[in-house]
Design a protein around this ligand. Structure first.
Ligand code: NAD
Length: 297
């Protein structure tokens, strides 16, 4: 097996089922010591239904791997710290974080209340901050770290009834873009996936491709992004059904006019939206290069 995780410690949140469980089995099978975090909640995040983390730990051990269960909620700062403390006390280090825990509160924007928005942002977006922040100093000190966040096509492209979920998921892309920049000199790499898999989260969607959407096919991508040999950072990979593809934020060359008016915008939509010669800037300053070029500076 080429990509070994011997000596590495991986924290996987929401790993008691679905995609997280598949990631935990894959990294455990490849030799990582795994923290299987899952508070065992319902799809909407209400209550605690089952100690799923312990079941997955057992599965990893049966495959000859090493794992420890953690049932803290990633939705609080204290919970995130406790997840990393579990890794440090069980295995003495932390190398990889796969932020995967998630819930759903789908409603049309018209019917969405703050009570639906906060829990979704807390688990998906703040959860990634809560768990990754306490590990960051260790990553810097050891000169190594891998962060994977679980984003979604609902965030990249939009999906009816998922305003809070989509907002949280796309915000995670902003997070990894900055982690990739700040982590570069410490060999910390941070990437996002947009998975597609058949799990309890998607079983109600009646997808005709369901039989092709084994979560393990997404875990192959997570394993690469979590490995020492991972090259990309600050990137988004769409992963599902065995297909892996880059998703990116690009900018068109656009229309330039030093005396720009609202009427000019109206009259030049074709140039503004023309994606021939688009650019994918590697950071926010890089977009300025495009403007400088067009201004002849
Ligand atoms: P899932 O419901 O099977 O798994 C989510 C797990 O997260 C559950 O086991 C749950 O107990 C756990 N969890 C929820 N809140 C938690 C918290 N506060 N602390 C710790 N654990 C918590 O769903 P899944 O499909 O495996 O989803 C995994 C991730 O992938 C989610 O972030 C989801 O939004 C994302 N995603 C999934 C798909 C898909 O096609 N399945 C598509 C896009 C994104």
């Amino acid at each position: 097996m080429d990509l070994s995780f011997d000596g590495r410690v991986a924290v996987i949140t929401g790993a008691g089922g679905g995609l997280g469980r598949a990631h935990a089995l894959e990294l455990g099978r490849r030799g990582a010591k795994v923290v299987v975090n899952d508070m065992g909640t319902s799809l909407s995040g209400d209550g605690v239904e089952q100690d799923r983390a312990a079941i997955v730990v057992k599965e990893i051990e049966e495959l000859g791997g090493i794992a420890v269960a953690d049932t803290n909620s990633v939705a609080t700062v204290a919970g995130g710290q406790a997840v990393i403390d579990t890794a440090l006390s069980a295995f003495g280090r932390v190398d990889v974080i796969v932020n995967n825990a998630g819930i759903l509160r789908d409603k049309t924007f018209h019917n969405t209340s703050p009570d639906d928005v906060d829990p979704v942002l807390d688990v998906h977006l703040k959860g990634a901050f809560n768990v990754t922040r306490p590990a960051w100093a260790h990553f810097r000190e050891q000169g190594f770290g891998r962060v994977v966040v679980t984003s979604s096509s609902a965030g990249f492209f939009g999906n009816f009834g998922q305003s809070s979920y989509a907002a949280a998921k796309l915000a995670l892309v902003g997070l990894i873009k900055v982690l990739a920049i700040e982590g570069r000199k410490y060999d910390i790499k941070a990437n996002a996936i947009g998975p597609v898999a058949q799990t309890r989260m998607t079983e109600g969607f009646d997808n005709p491709l369901a039989d092709h959407l084994d979560p393990a096919l997404v875990s192959a991508v997570v394993a690469y992004l979590s490995h020492d040999s991972c090259e990309p950072s600050g990137e988004i990979l769409s992963a599902g059904g065995g297909r892996v593809a880059r998703v990116f934020v690009g900018v068109t060359r656009g229309y330039l006019n030093g005396d720009l008016t609202a009427e000019d915008v109206r009259d030049h939509l074709t140039e503004i939206f023309d994606d021939a010669g688009y650019v994918v800037p590697e950071n926010s300053m890089a977009e300025m290069t495009l403007l400088a070029e067009m201004l002849g500076k």
